[in-house]
Design a protein around this ligand. Structure first.
Ligand SMILES: Cc1cc2nc3c(=O)[nH]c(=O)nc-3n(C[C@H](O)[C@H](O)[C@H](O)COP(=O)(O)OP(=O)(O)OC[C@H]3O[C@@H](n4cnc5c(N)ncnc54)[C@H](O)[C@@H]3O)c2cc1C
Length: 422
Protein backbone atom coordinates (compact mmCIF):
# COMPACT_ATOMS: atom_id res chain seq x y z
CA UNK A 1 0.00 0.00 0.00
CA UNK A 2 1.56 3.28 -1.12
CA UNK A 3 0.67 6.55 0.61
CA UNK A 4 2.22 9.83 -0.61
CA UNK A 5 4.74 7.86 -2.69
CA UNK A 6 5.96 5.72 0.23
CA UNK A 7 5.26 2.09 1.12
CA UNK A 8 3.15 2.16 4.30
CA UNK A 9 1.83 -1.37 4.65
CA UNK A 10 0.44 -4.49 3.05
CA UNK A 11 -2.90 -6.09 2.34
CA UNK A 12 -3.04 -9.84 2.95
CA UNK A 13 -5.51 -12.63 2.50
CA UNK A 14 -5.49 -15.06 5.43
CA UNK A 15 -4.88 -18.46 3.84
CA UNK A 16 -6.89 -20.28 6.53
CA UNK A 17 -9.95 -18.07 6.96
CA UNK A 18 -9.80 -16.29 3.59
CA UNK A 19 -10.35 -12.94 5.30
CA UNK A 20 -8.71 -9.96 3.59
CA UNK A 21 -6.97 -7.66 6.08
CA UNK A 22 -4.27 -5.00 6.35
CA UNK A 23 -1.10 -4.22 8.29
CA UNK A 24 0.30 -0.68 8.44
CA UNK A 25 3.94 0.24 9.07
CA UNK A 26 6.66 2.82 8.47
CA UNK A 27 8.38 0.61 5.88
CA UNK A 28 7.77 -2.73 4.18
CA UNK A 29 10.29 -5.55 3.64
CA UNK A 30 9.58 -8.28 1.10
CA UNK A 31 11.55 -11.49 1.69
CA UNK A 32 9.32 -13.76 -0.36
CA UNK A 33 11.88 -15.74 -2.35
CA UNK A 34 12.25 -16.53 -6.05
CA UNK A 35 9.92 -17.36 -8.93
CA UNK A 36 11.26 -20.63 -10.37
CA UNK A 37 7.76 -22.07 -10.10
CA UNK A 38 6.81 -20.07 -13.19
CA UNK A 39 8.19 -23.22 -14.90
CA UNK A 40 5.65 -25.31 -12.92
CA UNK A 41 8.25 -27.98 -12.20
CA UNK A 42 11.17 -26.75 -10.13
CA UNK A 43 13.26 -27.62 -7.10
CA UNK A 44 11.45 -24.93 -5.08
CA UNK A 45 8.73 -25.71 -2.57
CA UNK A 46 5.29 -25.97 -4.18
CA UNK A 47 4.11 -22.86 -2.32
CA UNK A 48 6.83 -20.58 -3.74
CA UNK A 49 5.34 -17.92 -5.95
CA UNK A 50 5.88 -14.46 -7.40
CA UNK A 51 2.74 -12.79 -6.08
CA UNK A 52 4.21 -10.45 -3.46
CA UNK A 53 6.94 -9.00 -5.67
CA UNK A 54 4.66 -8.95 -8.70
CA UNK A 55 2.05 -6.95 -6.80
CA UNK A 56 4.83 -4.54 -5.76
CA UNK A 57 5.95 -4.33 -9.39
CA UNK A 58 2.44 -3.38 -10.45
CA UNK A 59 2.48 -0.62 -7.80
CA UNK A 60 5.69 0.90 -9.21
CA UNK A 61 8.69 -1.22 -8.13
CA UNK A 62 10.96 -1.92 -11.11
CA UNK A 63 11.60 -5.60 -11.92
CA UNK A 64 15.19 -6.29 -12.95
CA UNK A 65 16.57 -8.93 -15.31
CA UNK A 66 13.53 -11.23 -15.11
CA UNK A 67 14.94 -13.60 -17.74
CA UNK A 68 17.99 -14.54 -15.65
CA UNK A 69 16.95 -17.91 -14.25
CA UNK A 70 19.16 -20.78 -13.21
CA UNK A 71 18.49 -24.38 -14.21
CA UNK A 72 20.25 -26.89 -11.95
CA UNK A 73 21.74 -29.93 -13.69
CA UNK A 74 21.18 -32.64 -11.06
CA UNK A 75 17.73 -33.55 -9.86
CA UNK A 76 15.93 -36.87 -9.66
CA UNK A 77 14.65 -37.48 -13.19
CA UNK A 78 11.13 -36.45 -14.10
CA UNK A 79 8.90 -39.47 -14.58
CA UNK A 80 6.09 -37.97 -16.62
CA UNK A 81 3.51 -35.22 -17.01
CA UNK A 82 1.68 -36.12 -13.80
CA UNK A 83 4.62 -34.88 -11.72
CA UNK A 84 4.28 -31.64 -9.74
CA UNK A 85 7.70 -31.20 -8.10
CA UNK A 86 11.35 -31.86 -8.85
CA UNK A 87 13.74 -33.05 -6.16
CA UNK A 88 17.29 -31.81 -6.12
CA UNK A 89 20.28 -34.08 -5.64
CA UNK A 90 23.60 -32.88 -4.33
CA UNK A 91 25.75 -31.37 -7.04
CA UNK A 92 28.74 -33.19 -5.58
CA UNK A 93 27.43 -36.21 -7.52
CA UNK A 94 29.00 -34.61 -10.57
CA UNK A 95 32.45 -34.90 -9.02
CA UNK A 96 32.57 -38.64 -9.54
CA UNK A 97 29.71 -39.41 -11.90
CA UNK A 98 30.20 -39.50 -15.67
CA UNK A 99 27.27 -38.15 -17.67
CA UNK A 100 26.27 -39.98 -20.84
CA UNK A 101 23.46 -40.92 -23.21
CA UNK A 102 23.35 -43.59 -25.93
CA UNK A 103 24.81 -42.44 -29.25
CA UNK A 104 21.79 -43.86 -31.06
CA UNK A 105 18.45 -42.03 -30.86
CA UNK A 106 15.69 -44.03 -29.16
CA UNK A 107 18.12 -46.66 -27.84
CA UNK A 108 16.05 -48.13 -25.00
CA UNK A 109 18.38 -50.96 -23.99
CA UNK A 110 19.32 -51.18 -20.32
CA UNK A 111 22.51 -49.18 -19.73
CA UNK A 112 24.60 -52.25 -18.93
CA UNK A 113 23.95 -53.61 -22.44
CA UNK A 114 25.20 -50.44 -24.10
CA UNK A 115 28.89 -50.83 -24.84
CA UNK A 116 31.44 -48.09 -24.21
CA UNK A 117 31.76 -47.46 -27.95
CA UNK A 118 27.98 -46.89 -28.18
CA UNK A 119 27.90 -44.26 -25.41
CA UNK A 120 28.23 -40.52 -25.80
CA UNK A 121 29.91 -38.90 -22.80
CA UNK A 122 28.83 -35.62 -24.31
CA UNK A 123 30.17 -33.23 -21.65
CA UNK A 124 33.60 -34.89 -21.75
CA UNK A 125 33.49 -34.83 -25.57
CA UNK A 126 32.46 -31.16 -25.79
CA UNK A 127 34.51 -29.86 -22.87
CA UNK A 128 37.66 -31.96 -22.59
CA UNK A 129 39.22 -29.68 -19.96
CA UNK A 130 36.23 -29.46 -17.60
CA UNK A 131 34.27 -32.56 -18.56
CA UNK A 132 31.37 -33.26 -16.21
CA UNK A 133 32.20 -30.26 -14.04
CA UNK A 134 31.24 -27.49 -16.46
CA UNK A 135 29.05 -24.83 -14.79
CA UNK A 136 25.38 -25.46 -14.09
CA UNK A 137 23.96 -23.54 -17.02
CA UNK A 138 26.27 -25.22 -19.55
CA UNK A 139 25.63 -28.75 -18.22
CA UNK A 140 21.85 -28.23 -18.06
CA UNK A 141 21.67 -26.80 -21.57
CA UNK A 142 23.67 -29.68 -23.05
CA UNK A 143 21.51 -32.22 -21.20
CA UNK A 144 18.36 -30.68 -22.63
CA UNK A 145 19.89 -30.67 -26.11
CA UNK A 146 20.57 -34.42 -26.09
CA UNK A 147 17.09 -35.09 -24.67
CA UNK A 148 15.55 -32.93 -27.41
CA UNK A 149 17.51 -35.00 -29.95
CA UNK A 150 15.64 -38.06 -28.67
CA UNK A 151 18.63 -39.50 -26.83
CA UNK A 152 17.33 -38.86 -23.30
CA UNK A 153 16.78 -41.89 -21.07
CA UNK A 154 14.29 -43.00 -18.42
CA UNK A 155 10.51 -42.45 -18.43
CA UNK A 156 9.63 -39.82 -21.04
CA UNK A 157 13.26 -39.50 -22.14
CA UNK A 158 13.88 -36.50 -19.85
CA UNK A 159 17.01 -37.84 -18.14
CA UNK A 160 20.63 -38.74 -18.77
CA UNK A 161 22.82 -41.28 -17.03
CA UNK A 162 25.12 -40.14 -14.27
CA UNK A 163 27.37 -43.15 -14.17
CA UNK A 164 29.38 -44.12 -11.12
CA UNK A 165 30.93 -47.32 -12.51
CA UNK A 166 34.42 -45.82 -12.74
CA UNK A 167 34.04 -44.17 -9.35
CA UNK A 168 32.86 -47.42 -7.79
CA UNK A 169 35.78 -49.32 -9.31
CA UNK A 170 38.19 -46.61 -8.23
CA UNK A 171 36.80 -45.88 -4.77
CA UNK A 172 35.32 -49.22 -3.87
CA UNK A 173 31.78 -47.97 -3.29
CA UNK A 174 29.16 -50.64 -3.83
CA UNK A 175 25.81 -49.02 -3.55
CA UNK A 176 25.39 -46.04 -5.86
CA UNK A 177 22.30 -45.71 -7.97
CA UNK A 178 22.98 -46.00 -11.65
CA UNK A 179 20.62 -43.59 -13.27
CA UNK A 180 20.54 -39.94 -12.27
CA UNK A 181 20.75 -36.56 -13.89
CA UNK A 182 18.06 -34.21 -15.09
CA UNK A 183 17.97 -30.41 -15.20
CA UNK A 184 15.52 -28.47 -13.02
CA UNK A 185 14.63 -24.78 -12.58
CA UNK A 186 16.26 -23.88 -9.30
CA UNK A 187 17.01 -20.22 -8.68
CA UNK A 188 16.01 -16.85 -10.10
CA UNK A 189 18.66 -14.16 -10.33
CA UNK A 190 16.08 -11.60 -11.49
CA UNK A 191 13.77 -9.89 -9.03
CA UNK A 192 12.83 -6.47 -7.74
CA UNK A 193 15.44 -3.83 -8.53
CA UNK A 194 17.09 -2.52 -5.35
CA UNK A 195 19.77 0.06 -4.61
CA UNK A 196 22.75 -0.56 -2.32
CA UNK A 197 20.46 0.00 0.66
CA UNK A 198 18.15 -2.76 -0.64
CA UNK A 199 15.38 -0.26 -1.30
CA UNK A 200 13.24 -0.75 -4.41
CA UNK A 201 12.12 2.10 -6.65
CA UNK A 202 9.25 2.68 -4.19
CA UNK A 203 10.47 4.65 -1.17
CA UNK A 204 10.21 2.61 2.01
CA UNK A 205 9.78 -0.71 0.17
CA UNK A 206 12.72 -3.08 0.62
CA UNK A 207 13.36 -6.46 -1.02
CA UNK A 208 15.89 -8.93 0.36
CA UNK A 209 17.17 -12.40 -0.51
CA UNK A 210 16.07 -14.16 -3.67
CA UNK A 211 13.20 -11.68 -4.06
CA UNK A 212 15.61 -8.99 -5.28
CA UNK A 213 17.90 -8.98 -8.30
CA UNK A 214 21.17 -8.00 -6.66
CA UNK A 215 24.49 -9.81 -6.21
CA UNK A 216 24.36 -12.65 -8.73
CA UNK A 217 24.35 -11.00 -12.16
CA UNK A 218 23.26 -13.40 -14.88
CA UNK A 219 24.35 -16.58 -13.10
CA UNK A 220 24.50 -17.39 -9.40
CA UNK A 221 27.41 -19.43 -8.12
CA UNK A 222 26.52 -22.37 -5.88
CA UNK A 223 26.12 -21.55 -2.15
CA UNK A 224 26.02 -17.78 -2.61
CA UNK A 225 22.24 -17.48 -2.12
CA UNK A 226 22.56 -18.22 1.57
CA UNK A 227 25.46 -15.78 1.76
CA UNK A 228 23.18 -13.15 0.24
CA UNK A 229 20.35 -13.97 2.63
CA UNK A 230 22.69 -13.47 5.59
CA UNK A 231 24.25 -10.31 4.21
CA UNK A 232 20.91 -8.71 3.32
CA UNK A 233 19.07 -9.60 6.49
CA UNK A 234 21.82 -9.31 9.08
CA UNK A 235 24.48 -6.91 7.86
CA UNK A 236 22.73 -4.48 5.52
CA UNK A 237 19.03 -4.02 6.16
CA UNK A 238 19.13 -3.34 9.93
CA UNK A 239 21.34 -0.32 9.20
CA UNK A 240 19.84 1.00 5.97
CA UNK A 241 16.24 0.81 7.13
CA UNK A 242 17.16 2.69 10.33
CA UNK A 243 18.91 5.29 8.23
CA UNK A 244 15.78 5.73 6.10
CA UNK A 245 13.49 6.06 9.11
CA UNK A 246 15.84 8.59 10.70
CA UNK A 247 15.78 10.76 7.59
CA UNK A 248 12.11 10.87 6.65
CA UNK A 249 9.27 12.50 8.49
CA UNK A 250 6.40 10.06 8.28
CA UNK A 251 2.88 11.08 9.18
CA UNK A 252 0.61 8.72 11.11
CA UNK A 253 -0.96 6.21 8.71
CA UNK A 254 -3.20 3.46 10.05
CA UNK A 255 -5.14 0.70 8.35
CA UNK A 256 -8.18 2.99 8.43
CA UNK A 257 -6.52 5.16 5.75
CA UNK A 258 -8.44 5.27 2.46
CA UNK A 259 -5.43 3.80 0.60
CA UNK A 260 -5.87 0.55 2.55
CA UNK A 261 -9.61 0.46 1.85
CA UNK A 262 -8.88 0.94 -1.85
CA UNK A 263 -6.33 -1.93 -2.03
CA UNK A 264 -8.55 -4.23 0.05
CA UNK A 265 -11.35 -3.54 -2.42
CA UNK A 266 -9.06 -4.38 -5.35
CA UNK A 267 -8.01 -7.66 -3.71
CA UNK A 268 -11.62 -8.64 -3.01
CA UNK A 269 -12.64 -7.82 -6.57
CA UNK A 270 -9.81 -9.96 -7.89
CA UNK A 271 -10.92 -12.87 -5.72
CA UNK A 272 -14.50 -12.44 -6.92
CA UNK A 273 -13.39 -12.39 -10.56
CA UNK A 274 -11.51 -15.67 -10.14
CA UNK A 275 -14.47 -17.30 -8.39
CA UNK A 276 -16.92 -16.02 -11.00
CA UNK A 277 -15.14 -17.56 -14.01
CA UNK A 278 -16.92 -20.92 -13.53
CA UNK A 279 -14.92 -22.54 -16.32
CA UNK A 280 -13.84 -26.15 -16.62
CA UNK A 281 -10.06 -26.14 -16.25
CA UNK A 282 -8.15 -26.19 -12.98
CA UNK A 283 -5.51 -23.53 -12.19
CA UNK A 284 -3.03 -26.40 -11.95
CA UNK A 285 -3.68 -27.46 -15.56
CA UNK A 286 -3.07 -23.88 -16.74
CA UNK A 287 0.06 -23.63 -14.63
CA UNK A 288 1.40 -26.87 -16.10
CA UNK A 289 0.77 -25.61 -19.64
CA UNK A 290 2.44 -22.27 -18.95
CA UNK A 291 5.39 -24.02 -17.33
CA UNK A 292 5.91 -26.26 -20.33
CA UNK A 293 5.93 -23.25 -22.68
CA UNK A 294 8.47 -21.44 -20.53
CA UNK A 295 10.65 -24.52 -20.12
CA UNK A 296 10.77 -25.10 -23.87
CA UNK A 297 11.20 -21.52 -25.09
CA UNK A 298 12.44 -19.37 -22.21
CA UNK A 299 14.46 -21.91 -20.24
CA UNK A 300 17.98 -23.13 -20.86
CA UNK A 301 18.23 -21.75 -24.36
CA UNK A 302 16.12 -19.20 -26.16
CA UNK A 303 15.77 -17.78 -29.66
CA UNK A 304 13.89 -14.80 -31.09
CA UNK A 305 11.34 -16.82 -33.03
CA UNK A 306 10.52 -19.08 -30.09
CA UNK A 307 10.19 -16.13 -27.73
CA UNK A 308 7.90 -14.21 -30.09
CA UNK A 309 5.69 -17.27 -30.55
CA UNK A 310 5.66 -17.84 -26.80
CA UNK A 311 4.57 -14.26 -26.12
CA UNK A 312 1.55 -14.87 -28.35
CA UNK A 313 0.83 -18.23 -26.76
CA UNK A 314 1.04 -16.79 -23.23
CA UNK A 315 -1.43 -14.05 -24.18
CA UNK A 316 -3.84 -16.62 -25.65
CA UNK A 317 -3.44 -18.95 -22.67
CA UNK A 318 -3.97 -16.01 -20.28
CA UNK A 319 -7.22 -15.11 -22.05
CA UNK A 320 -8.36 -18.71 -21.87
CA UNK A 321 -7.46 -18.75 -18.17
CA UNK A 322 -9.68 -15.71 -17.48
CA UNK A 323 -12.60 -17.41 -19.26
CA UNK A 324 -12.15 -21.05 -18.48
CA UNK A 325 -10.55 -21.40 -15.05
CA UNK A 326 -12.55 -23.31 -12.48
CA UNK A 327 -11.93 -22.44 -8.85
CA UNK A 328 -15.00 -23.47 -6.87
CA UNK A 329 -15.73 -22.86 -3.20
CA UNK A 330 -15.82 -19.42 -1.61
CA UNK A 331 -13.43 -16.56 -0.95
CA UNK A 332 -13.83 -16.42 2.81
CA UNK A 333 -12.72 -19.93 3.62
CA UNK A 334 -9.68 -22.19 3.33
CA UNK A 335 -9.49 -22.50 -0.45
CA UNK A 336 -6.18 -23.66 -1.89
CA UNK A 337 -7.48 -23.71 -5.46
CA UNK A 338 -8.32 -20.02 -5.18
CA UNK A 339 -4.88 -19.35 -3.71
CA UNK A 340 -3.24 -21.19 -6.59
CA UNK A 341 -5.41 -19.43 -9.19
CA UNK A 342 -4.19 -16.02 -7.97
CA UNK A 343 -0.59 -17.15 -8.18
CA UNK A 344 -0.99 -18.60 -11.65
CA UNK A 345 -2.58 -15.34 -12.83
CA UNK A 346 0.55 -13.50 -11.65
CA UNK A 347 2.83 -16.09 -13.24
CA UNK A 348 1.18 -15.36 -16.60
CA UNK A 349 2.13 -11.69 -16.36
CA UNK A 350 5.63 -12.47 -15.11
CA UNK A 351 6.17 -15.03 -17.90
CA UNK A 352 5.37 -12.36 -20.46
CA UNK A 353 7.92 -10.00 -18.92
CA UNK A 354 10.54 -12.77 -18.83
CA UNK A 355 10.07 -13.44 -22.55
CA UNK A 356 10.24 -9.73 -23.39
CA UNK A 357 13.43 -9.40 -21.38
CA UNK A 358 14.97 -12.49 -23.02
CA UNK A 359 13.94 -11.21 -26.46
CA UNK A 360 15.39 -7.74 -26.03
CA UNK A 361 18.74 -9.05 -24.71
CA UNK A 362 20.39 -9.93 -28.02
CA UNK A 363 23.42 -11.58 -26.50
CA UNK A 364 24.19 -14.64 -24.43
CA UNK A 365 25.49 -14.16 -20.91
CA UNK A 366 25.49 -16.39 -17.85
CA UNK A 367 22.26 -18.34 -17.66
CA UNK A 368 20.75 -16.44 -20.58
CA UNK A 369 21.68 -18.39 -23.71
CA UNK A 370 20.37 -17.00 -26.98
CA UNK A 371 20.91 -19.56 -29.73
CA UNK A 372 21.62 -16.82 -32.29
CA UNK A 373 24.48 -15.50 -30.17
CA UNK A 374 27.03 -18.23 -29.66
CA UNK A 375 30.66 -18.83 -30.55
CA UNK A 376 31.60 -21.47 -33.15
CA UNK A 377 32.19 -23.87 -30.22
CA UNK A 378 28.62 -23.32 -29.00
CA UNK A 379 29.56 -21.10 -26.06
CA UNK A 380 27.70 -18.01 -24.86
CA UNK A 381 28.69 -14.92 -26.87
CA UNK A 382 28.53 -11.75 -24.78
CA UNK A 383 27.94 -8.26 -26.09
CA UNK A 384 28.94 -5.99 -23.24
CA UNK A 385 29.09 -2.92 -25.46
CA UNK A 386 25.34 -3.11 -26.15
CA UNK A 387 24.03 -5.01 -23.15
CA UNK A 388 26.34 -4.21 -20.23
CA UNK A 389 23.41 -2.99 -18.15
CA UNK A 390 20.74 -4.10 -15.71
CA UNK A 391 17.36 -4.17 -17.44
CA UNK A 392 14.94 -2.64 -14.93
CA UNK A 393 11.38 -2.93 -16.25
CA UNK A 394 8.68 -0.54 -15.18
CA UNK A 395 5.02 -1.50 -15.16
CA UNK A 396 3.04 0.76 -17.48
CA UNK A 397 -0.49 -0.49 -16.86
CA UNK A 398 -2.59 -3.45 -17.98
CA UNK A 399 -2.29 -4.16 -21.70
CA UNK A 400 0.57 -1.66 -22.15
CA UNK A 401 4.17 -2.52 -23.01
CA UNK A 402 6.45 -2.21 -19.95
CA UNK A 403 9.08 0.53 -20.00
CA UNK A 404 12.74 -0.52 -20.08
CA UNK A 405 15.17 1.42 -17.87
CA UNK A 406 18.88 0.68 -18.22
CA UNK A 407 21.30 0.87 -15.32
CA UNK A 408 24.81 0.76 -16.85
CA UNK A 409 27.26 -1.65 -15.25
CA UNK A 410 30.69 -0.26 -14.48
CA UNK A 411 33.55 -2.67 -13.88
CA UNK A 412 36.56 -1.07 -12.21
CA UNK A 413 38.69 -4.02 -11.14
CA UNK A 414 37.57 -7.28 -12.73
CA UNK A 415 36.20 -6.95 -16.24
CA UNK A 416 33.73 -9.36 -17.84
CA UNK A 417 35.28 -11.73 -20.38
CA UNK A 418 34.16 -14.43 -22.77
CA UNK A 419 33.80 -17.79 -20.99
CA UNK A 420 35.26 -20.89 -22.56
CA UNK A 421 35.19 -24.41 -21.18
CA UNK A 422 36.34 -26.13 -24.35
C1 LIG B 1 16.41 -27.56 -2.99
C2 LIG B 1 17.23 -26.31 -2.83
C3 LIG B 1 18.55 -26.39 -2.40
C4 LIG B 1 19.32 -25.24 -2.26
N1 LIG B 1 20.61 -25.33 -1.83
C5 LIG B 1 21.33 -24.19 -1.64
C6 LIG B 1 22.66 -24.25 -1.12
O1 LIG B 1 23.19 -25.33 -0.84
N2 LIG B 1 23.33 -23.08 -0.94
C7 LIG B 1 22.78 -21.87 -1.24
O2 LIG B 1 23.41 -20.84 -1.05
N3 LIG B 1 21.53 -21.80 -1.75
C8 LIG B 1 20.80 -22.91 -1.95
N4 LIG B 1 19.53 -22.82 -2.46
C9 LIG B 1 18.96 -21.49 -2.72
C10 LIG B 1 18.53 -20.85 -1.41
O3 LIG B 1 18.02 -21.84 -0.53
C11 LIG B 1 17.44 -19.81 -1.64
O4 LIG B 1 17.85 -18.91 -2.62
C12 LIG B 1 17.17 -19.06 -0.34
O5 LIG B 1 16.64 -19.95 0.63
C13 LIG B 1 16.19 -17.92 -0.56
O6 LIG B 1 15.94 -17.35 0.70
P1 LIG B 1 14.85 -16.24 0.86
O7 LIG B 1 14.74 -15.99 2.34
O8 LIG B 1 15.14 -15.11 -0.03
O9 LIG B 1 13.50 -16.90 0.32
P2 LIG B 1 12.74 -18.31 0.77
O10 LIG B 1 13.67 -19.10 1.61
O11 LIG B 1 12.21 -18.84 -0.47
O12 LIG B 1 11.63 -17.73 1.72
C14 LIG B 1 10.54 -17.01 1.21
C15 LIG B 1 9.38 -17.22 2.16
O13 LIG B 1 8.33 -16.31 1.84
C16 LIG B 1 7.09 -17.00 1.81
N5 LIG B 1 6.19 -16.29 0.89
C17 LIG B 1 6.28 -16.20 -0.45
N6 LIG B 1 5.29 -15.44 -0.94
C18 LIG B 1 4.55 -15.03 0.10
C19 LIG B 1 3.39 -14.21 0.22
N7 LIG B 1 2.81 -13.65 -0.84
N8 LIG B 1 2.89 -14.01 1.46
C20 LIG B 1 3.49 -14.56 2.55
N9 LIG B 1 4.59 -15.34 2.49
C21 LIG B 1 5.12 -15.57 1.28
C22 LIG B 1 7.45 -18.40 1.34
O14 LIG B 1 6.47 -19.32 1.71
C23 LIG B 1 8.79 -18.62 2.05
O15 LIG B 1 8.60 -19.13 3.34
C24 LIG B 1 18.75 -23.97 -2.59
C25 LIG B 1 17.43 -23.88 -3.02
C26 LIG B 1 16.67 -25.04 -3.15
C27 LIG B 1 15.25 -24.92 -3.63
Amino acid sequence: VVVDGRARGIVVRDLVSGVVGSCAGDAVVLATGGYSNVYYLSTNAKGCNVTAIWRAHRRGAAFANPCFTQIHPTCIPQTGHHQSKLTLMSESLRNDGRIWVPKRKGDARPPREIQESERDYFLERLYPSYGNLVPRDVASRRVKEVCDEGRGVGPGGYGVYLDFADAIARLGRHVIAERYGNPAPHYTMGGLWVDYNLMTTIDGLYAIGEANFSDHGANRLGASALMQGLADGYFILPYTIGDYLAQVKLGQVGTDHTAFRQVEREVSERVERLLAARGRTTPDAFHRELGRLMWDKCGMSRNAQGLKETLQKIAALGERFARDVYVGGKGEEFNQTLEHAGRVADFFELAELMCRDALHREESCGSHFREEFQTPEGEAKRDDARFGYVAAWEYAGAGKAPVLNKEPLEFEVVHPAQRSYV
